[in-house]
Design a protein around this ligand. Structure first.
Ligand SMILES: NC(=O)c1ccc[n+]([C@@H]2O[C@H](COP(=O)([O-])OP(=O)(O)OC[C@H]3O[C@@H](n4cnc5c(N)ncnc54)[C@H](O)[C@@H]3O)[C@@H](O)[C@H]2O)c1
Length: 365
């Protein structure tokens, strides 16, 4: 039994809140001490589901922070209320793990970082693929300098048919469509590997041909978010980033995720191959003028009793936050870094609306 339990609250008790609760309730150094949701009765029902019948439930974040002493919270509300809930918790002196995307507007993201700095509390954003074993290996290879200077990055993947339902397609609640759902993951994968150079300009187009077509989406008449977007982003240090993401298209993939450097390249082929492996990581370079194409063997850590050890990335994300709360920081996936991710989403949105390239301006934070 842990000596001191970390006191955790849950803000927003919808779908993803369960993916936070499952690991929390399994940790013996964590105690769930409160929850809130703006839908009356929802937070109560959520806590009861975990047999936490004596833990108090509230209908807004302000009552939760006023009435319950907490060390940390998971903000699991929909995108357009991330900023309000996160700032309320930080101002009450509580560390925050906020779900992705960080916010809707770039001003909200800046205000979140400012609140975290002022309160000297952690603001970490919930990108669980950061804990994926292969993602970490790619980051290490790029950090080692094996690619030389990385001058071009492109995101790949995309869904053939994968428009989600619920708040994901409600503009009032999600702000973005595909961009806020899976686009921000793609930006994080591409740019964290090169330690997030500052974005300078964006030229983008976002469309929704599938969501607006009743043949492909049942709620077509009210669909008003993006389901596809493509962008050319200039990054500090002469790096070009080509972003693309889709919820639906008539193709199996938008191509591979790729980092091109002056000495080598890495390509992620996001498709099952002949051996049914979901994605293959390739490394390309030249030795004595000869092209060398190598398959990157993940060499997963092997445990004699359990076989290959694959980490549950959701559990790792929650553990990462709890550990950071225990040590009073640093944030595992800092708001200061993800503000650049949000700035690109914001730039894509503005550029698409205006029909021309836009400068990325990040408000003071
Ligand atoms: N990391 C992941 O893999 C992952 C997966 C799915 C969703 N998400 C993210 O999680 C967030 C929530 O998604 P979801 O699918 O759980 O949505 P959801 O609509 O099921 O749940 C959101 C909940 O927040 C509540 N809420 C909204 N505003 C609130 C406020 N101001 N105060 C208190 N409660 C409030 C809503 O009533 C709702 O119950 C989104 O930002 C989404 O992008 C992340």
């Amino acid at each position: 039994m842990a000596d001191k339990k970390i006191r955790i609250g849950i803000v927003g008790t919808g779908g993803i809140a369960h993916a936070h609760m499952k690991p929390y309730v399994g940790f013996d150094d964590v105690e769930i001490v409160g929850a809130c949701d703006i839908v009356p009765g929802k937070a109560r029902a959520f806590l009861d589901k975990y047999d936490l019948n004596d833990v108090p439930a509230f209908e807004n974040v302000y009552d939760l922070v006023r009435n319950v002493k907490m060390d940390g919270v998971s903000v699991c509300t929909y995108n357009t209320t991330h900023a309000e809930c996160t700032i309320a918790c930080l101002e009450a002196g509580i560390h925050v793990l906020c779900e992705k995307p960080m916010s809707f507007t770039i001003q909200e993201a800046a205000d979140m970082v400012k609140a975290s700095r002022k309160a000297k509390k952690i603001l970490t954003i919930g990108f669980q693929p950061r804990y994926d074993y292969m993602r970490r290996k790619v980051d290490e290879i790029i950090d080692s300098g094996a690619l030389g200077k990385v001058y071009y990055i492109q995101s790949g993947g995309g869904r053939r048919r994968g428009i989600p339902a619920g708040t994901f397609v409600d503009k009032e609640k999600a702000g973005y469509g595909c961009l806020g759902d899976i686009g921000c993951y793609s930006i994080d994968e591409c740019l964290h590997a090169v330690r997030y150079p500052r974005p300078l300009t964006v030229s983008a187009i976002a469309t929704n041909y599938f969501g607006k077509n009743p043949k492909y989406w049942p709620g077509a008449e009210t669909f008003d978010v993006d389901d596809f977007s493509v962008a050319l982003v200039r990054l500090e240090g002469g790096v070009t980033y080509v972003f693309k993401q889709s919820w639906a298209m008539h193709a199996d993939s938008l191509g591979p995720t790729m980092w091109l450097g002056t000495e080598g390249a890495i390509k992620v082929i996001n498709k099952k191959d002949e051996l049914n492996r979901p994605s293959r990581y390739m490394y390309y370079t030249d030795v004595n003028g000869m092209h060398i194409d190598s398959f990157i063997d993940p060499s997963y850590p092997f445990n004699a009793y359990e076989g290959m050890v694959h980490k549950d990335v959701f559990a790792a994300k929650i553990r990462g936050f709890v550990d950071a709360v225990i040590t009073d920081g640093p944030a595992p996936i800092p708001g200061e870094e993800i503000i650049y991710n949000q700035a690109i989403c914001d730039g894509i949105y503005r550029s698409s609306l205006s029909g021309h390239e836009v400068e990325i301006v990040i408000p003071e934070y």
